[in-house]
Design a protein around this ligand. Sequence first.
Ligand code: ZN
Length: 63
Amino acid sequence: MIDSKNDKVVPLRPKRACPECGRPSERQFFPFCSGRCKDVDLNRWLSGSYAIPVRPEEEADEE
Ligand SMILES: [Zn+2]
């Protein structure tokens, strides 16, 4: 007999876990599980980049 039940368990391709929370990623928000996790990662990346004071002297001059 063919064990068809096991075929349903095996995915076509391995799912990647969400980098933020570790949940299975959704195709719509790949590689994240949701738009929220996507925003969190994006904001972290942007804030991390802008948090680095390349030339603090110029920033002080603008004020
Ligand atoms: Zn997530």
